[in-house]
Write a protein that binds this ligand. Sequence first.
Ligand code: 5GP
Length: 215
Amino acid sequence: MVEKIYLTYNDVHKLCKEAAPKILADFQPQLIIAIGGGGYVPARILRSFLKQPGSPNIPIQAIGLSLYEQLPITGPSDAVAGPPDQIGTKVTRTQWLDLSSLGEIQNLVGKRILIVDEVDDTRTTLEYAVKELEKDVEEARQRLGPGAGKTQFSIFVLHNKDKPKKGALPADMMEESRYLAARTVGDVWICYPWEATDIDAHDELAKKAYSNGTS
Ligand code: 5GP
């Protein structure tokens, strides 16, 4: 059976608190993009710790992405299913940047943008998010002309699973330490508090695992 790790809201809060000084020192984001739904709560908590006296709160934008495992089609439909290497994992956008509050997408050109999600599992979602955001911003940069600065993206996740990844992130992002995971874990299943329907029972399980030394 897959090992489960239970996190309380306090655990999530403390992981964000711990990560904030490093994010401030290395990156100083001007915009946070939370990947829904797991990135919402960490993004909001992180914002409190990133707030600088005398500066406004960092705006948070939400994007929604959904992962679909494409099932192989058998029987007569094989002809349209494509070769096996095309059968994989597909991400679709369910929500994208809200330009009514951002203004034009050009406003993101030359900015430092922090993408927040709860967990980097196969990395499929993060790869898609970074690629699509980079594509949109690069198109806007081209429209602005040669003087326009490059937008920098960085990533914060609560957990990175140490396992072979299906998705890839830009080499410069990894080389320049623009990827931060508060914790690296094995291939376990992490139960976040916002998924719990009985938060007291969830917290009990977290406490038990902690006292057994398994969390
Ligand atoms: P990916 O495989 O693209 O890195 O992750 C896709 C999504 O699967 C994550 O954003 C998250 O919603 C979900 N997911 C993957 N692993 C876990 C996990 O251990 N716990 C929970 N709660 N969700 C997970």
